[in-house]
Design a protein around this ligand. Sequence first.
Ligand code: SAM
Length: 239
Amino acid sequence: MPSTSKSDYTHGMDRDPDIQREWLRLFDRFVLRLIELKPESVLDVGCGRGVLVNQLSQAGILATGIDPKAPGHDPQIIQGDVERLPFGDDDFEWVTLRHVPHHLPDLSAALRECVRVTRKGLLIAEPWFDLTDPLQKISERWDRWWKRQHERAGDVHKACIPVSGIVAALPVGDFDIEAEHYRHVAHITPEAIEKLSKPLLDELPPDNPDRGEYTQIMQQINERGFTYNGTVIVKVTRG
Ligand SMILES: C[S@@+](CC[C@H](N)C(=O)[O-])C[C@H]1O[C@@H](n2cnc3c(N)ncnc32)[C@H](O)[C@@H]1O
């Protein structure tokens, strides 16, 4: 199965209470946008532990999740791969992918499958750094460093995919695209970033250039701070 990870699916982020809190605040925006669509049924691709599936179910929306790392004992949260969705054409009104695209080895193959099983469209979120802000530039530099270490260990963890990358990966078809960039200014302590980075740094060979890169990034973070990423929400409606 592609893109299974050696580490837990959040790469340790959910163990930091500050990061966890900001993460949930960021995701609230996505839930709001989804609820506004008044969906009859939703397939949440890359559902993780099923947080969104549970929220939707509580709101009376028919929700199913799929993830390669699903435990496999919950009929609502199925174990499986986005490239081979075990569903029929048009089975769901909406399909969601929340912070999933940058984990996928072949986004085009994934979106082709997602479009196949949806009647109305896709609601996609990707993390987003506002590079017009110097603090976000530092955070994005660390984000790339962090993901490089996961990729070195065999995970798929790419840099954040911009709207243009998502649109380019859609299959040929008639789609209406709406994108909303949501900047979420939240400061995370340098200590929290160091704690997340340390195990990865320890695994780096002594001559790896990412050791020097880490020193430079942490110097900037200690001097200027670290701000959490925002998100971009892309609504892809079938024509
Ligand atoms: C950052 S987590 C996001 C989890 C969840 N969507 C959320 O909002 O909390 C990325 C998820 O993508 C899943 N994933 C990775 N490769 C996948 C694949 N080939 N098919 C489906 N999901 C995949 C991972 O297992 C992980 O749960």
